[in-house]
Design a protein around this ligand. Structure first.
Ligand code: NOJ
Length: 543
């Protein structure tokens, strides 16, 4: 059922790729753009619509590329700008789209703007960054990389002053009060959009502007700048998307949609840990609660929902008690914890239990929003908590059981990170080639889930209603769009559950199990009884 009259991103499924980790075409041990091109058919066959690639720009890689030293180039490890043009073309030829990171808030300290800024007080670049004689300003702003940074100010010997940074001290914040900076970033957007990219995932947008006496997050001045960028996009381009990375409460993220005049999409951060909580506790309450805190968003804007990404599983948007519970349950080893989060992948978090992995995905797809799948999670890849920072969830993609998991021809010693070779998650067992052959593999089940979700736009476009809220062992959601109703039944526990649902509003409709392609009876006035196996789920459409 194709759905017209809606922008493409409304009913899209996204796939997040780290090029370094995906496929190495030239045997240097690092993934590259040509490697990704060679795997586009795999991505297409997954059934997704749009690829989001992590930063590919020249960078000293102190924050894996989120520290940019040149906004107009491609890191030599990954290839060239021409390779990137080819990537866009080949992506489009397959009917896929591609978005990239737009890192607005900060640059690398190696960026020529910063080099000039710190060393030459007369240069126009001095005012490109946020300098201060003291480190006592903006004391109400929290520190984000808590495990490494003690302050948001770092003293620079060359400048003889402190510079402001919300992330690593190697990532000075740009000064968005300076119109020149705002113009520079507009030029950066134009460069990639004119090349044909379909939009941006805009990094760390809450922090553009600083004001004394505030948390320096979500300020009105920041929104005004973001609206300018959106206006620029609307005037000059068609069919592009801007996705906001704002790790905030839904009511705060709501402002980033700005009446449809700011971002087209925004990540829904707080629902994510609550999906783990719900499955971990066998209790739907956390999902009911966070959705009750989630406002309606303007027409043609969309939430982006996800289970994992390239960062730690952030626990910023939970209470102190909930965080402790999550840490105890999902990160018992202190090494699994990082900042306010957990540096583990989806599959180990869910005990490598295919039932829970598929349930978590089905739960995600049952919620309003456009889902993002993190590369490797579709085959149940493991992690390596012993690697530095968040690198343990960025290990090489496991294509087959050959040397280096089919990721690279390099000497294993030369890989940018070791492939996962633990007993439970070894690439010899967990890989694309073997899962493609197996109809019951996670990969094939994920493909099926994605296909069914996409064929039923009610999931992306419809409203939702929780049912049977008192029976918290199950999450029951009725999705509704035009004349289509789909009931999503999820058993969050390890016990069989029985549900008796009053569906009298749907009387005389035939019940069709979308995932099993089975037809049940008609809805009558009496409550309809459903039995759901442990950690199982069903999507029932009423025809
Ligand atoms: C959010 C990105 O997802 C993360 O990887 C990065 O470290 C920070 N923003 C800083 O750019």
């Amino acid at each position: 059922m194709a759905e017209k009259n809606h922008p493409w991103y409304m009913n899209a499924v996204f796939y997040e790729v780290h090029i370094r980790a995906f496929c190495d075409s030239d045997g240097d041990g690092k993934g590259d753009i040509q490697g990704l091109i060679s795997k586009l058919d795999y991505i297409k066959d997954l059934g997704v619509d749009c690829i989001w690639i992590l930063p590919i720009y020249p960078s000293p890689l102190r924050d894996d590329g989120y520290d940019i030293a040149d906004y107009y180039g491609v890191h030599p490890d990954y290839g060239t700008v021409d390779d990137f043009k080819q990537l866009i073309e080949e992506t489009h030829q397959r009917g896929l789209r591609i978005i990239a990171d737009l890192v607005l808030n900060h640059t690398s300290d190696q960026h020529p703007w910063f080099q000039e800024s710190r060393s030459n007080p007369e240069s126009k670049y001095r005012d490109y960054y946020v300098w201060s004689e003291t480190d006592q300003k903006y004391r109400d702003a929290r520190i984000i990389f808590l495990d490494t940074e003690k302050s948001n100010w770092t003293y620079d010997e060359k400048a003889g002053m402190y510079f402001w940074h919300r992330f690593y001290s190697s990532q000075p914040d740009l000064n968005y009060d300076n119109p020149e900076v705002r113009r520079e970033m507009r030029n950066v957007m134009d460069f990639w959009l004119e090349m044909g990219i379909d939009g941006f995932r805009a990094d760390a947008v809450p922090y553009l502007i600083e004001r004394e006496g505030t948390s320096c997050e979500n300020l009105a001045e920041t929104h005004a700048i973001l609206k300018e960028y959106r206006q620029h996009l609307d005037i000059n381009y068609e069919d592009k998307v801007l996705l906001a990375e704002a790790n905030q409460w839904p009511l705060d993220v709501w402002h980033y949609f700005g009446n449809g005049e700011e971002f087209h999409m925004g990540f829904h951060f707080p629902v994510m840990p609550r999906i783990y909580m719900a499955i971990g506790k066998g209790d739907a309450t956390p999902i009911h609660w966070i959705m009750s805190q989630t406002p309606e968003i303007p027409e043609n804007t969309q939430w982006c929902i996800f289970l994992r990404n390239h960062d730690e599983l952030t626990l910023e948007m939970v209470t102190e008690d909930e965080r402790q519970w999550m840490w105890n349950k999902f990160a018992p080893d202190p090494r699994m914890r990082l900042n306010l989060g957990i540096r583990r992948r989806l599959t180990p978090l869910l005990d490598n239990d295919p039932r829970k992995i598929l349930l978590a995905n089905a739960l995600l797809y049952s919620l309003p929003g456009a889902p993002i799948i993190y590369y490797g999670d579709e085959i149940g890849m493991g992690d390596n908590i012993w690697l530095f920072d968040r690198n343990g969830v960025r290990t090489p993609m496991q294509w087959d059981d050959s040397l280096n998991a089919g990721f690279s021809d390099a000497d294993p010693e030369d890989l940018y990170a070791p492939v996962i070779n633990s007993e439970e998650y070894s690439y010899k067992k967990v890989n694309v080639a073997s899962q493609i052959q197996d109809p019951d593999s996670i990969l094939n089940k994920m493909r099926h889930l994605i296909a069914v979700r996409k064929a039923n736009p009610v999931f992306a476009l419809g409203n939702y209603e929780f049912r049977s809220e008192e029976k918290t062992e199950c999450l029951v959601i009725l999705r509704h769009y035009k004349d289509v109703n789909v009931l999503c039944l999820m058993n969050l526990t390890d016990q069989k559950q029985t549900l008796n649902l009053d569906l009298s509003a749907l009387i005389n409709k035939r019940m069709v199990d979308l995932l099993k392609y089975e037809t049940y009876g008609m809805v009558q006035t009496d409550p309809v009884k459903f039995e759901v196996d442990p950690f199982d789920f069903a999507w029932i459409r009423f025809d």
